[in-house]
Design a protein around this ligand. Structure first.
Ligand code: SF4
Length: 214
């Protein structure tokens, strides 16, 4: 479970104890954190929640989101994570996931983008899935084609998800015939949202890094 952590007061902490929880850190100061989340006071609420969780012995994981606004605070963000979390992971690659607009791409911190890891497959739609607030289940929050309406189909509809997921993983559309697909850094659903947002190739695609040179 991934959460903002802004409501993790003493009462919410009791619930946290019963569930593993990953909290998102958008900065090490109120200035950067509140600006990115567009919520005044969010940073102070998060720190209060982390203190409460630590006092209650909750094993919290922290996801550090590195952006243009907070890249200068990464050391301080790591210090917060080391103080309050049992483990933390850093994320700098931000995709235009939900609305499909290029807005999220503009907040990425260029020097922090990770292009090192080759995509080796993903069990989305097989061992986990995503459900939106309207009850539509998809393989994950990126690959949202052919959603299963849980309200009309019930849980039985989930048996269709593996096939729906596999179909979305095919290197079709803008990736058709790519001879670099075996060493691609992104899954096909992620490539699709980047392509739909007209993201610069160098952000996600080997063709933008000169890797297709003869
Ligand atoms: S390298 Fe680019 S074109 Fe090729 S599969 Fe990956 S995203 Fe698609």
């Amino acid at each position: 479970m991934l959460a903002c952590g802004w409501r993790a007061d003493e009462h919410a902490t009791a619930a946290l104890v019963r569930r593993g929880r990953e909290v998102v850190l958008y900065g090490a100061t109120a200035g950067s954190f509140d600006a990115l989340t567009r919520k005044r006071g969010a940073f102070n609420l998060l720190v209060r929640g982390l203190r409460a969780a630590k006092a209650a012995g909750v094993a919290v994981e922290i996801a550090l989101i590195i952006t243009k606004r907070n890249a200068h605070e990464v050391s301080a963000m790591r210090a917060i994570a080391e103080k309050y979390a049992t483990s933390f992971t850093e994320y700098a690659n931000i995709s235009p996931t939900y609305e499909g607009t290029p807005g999220p791409l503009a907040v990425q911190a260029p020097g922090w983008l990770d292009k090192s890891e080759v995509f080796r497959g993903c069990p989305a739609g097989h061992t986990f899935f995503h459900v939106d607030p309207h009850g539509f289940a998809t393989m994950c929050k990126v690959g949202r084609e052919n959603p299963v309406n849980l309200l009309t189909e019930g849980l039985d509809g989930l048996v269709r998800l593996p096939g729906i997921a596999d179909a979305q993983m095919l290197r079709s559309g803008g990736c058709s015939g790519c001879r670099l697909s075996d060493t691609c850094r992104v899954c096909r659903p992620l490539a699709r949202v980047y392509q739909a947002a007209k993201a610069p190739l160098e952000i996600y695609c080997q063709h933008g890094n000169g890797d297709d040179a003869p």
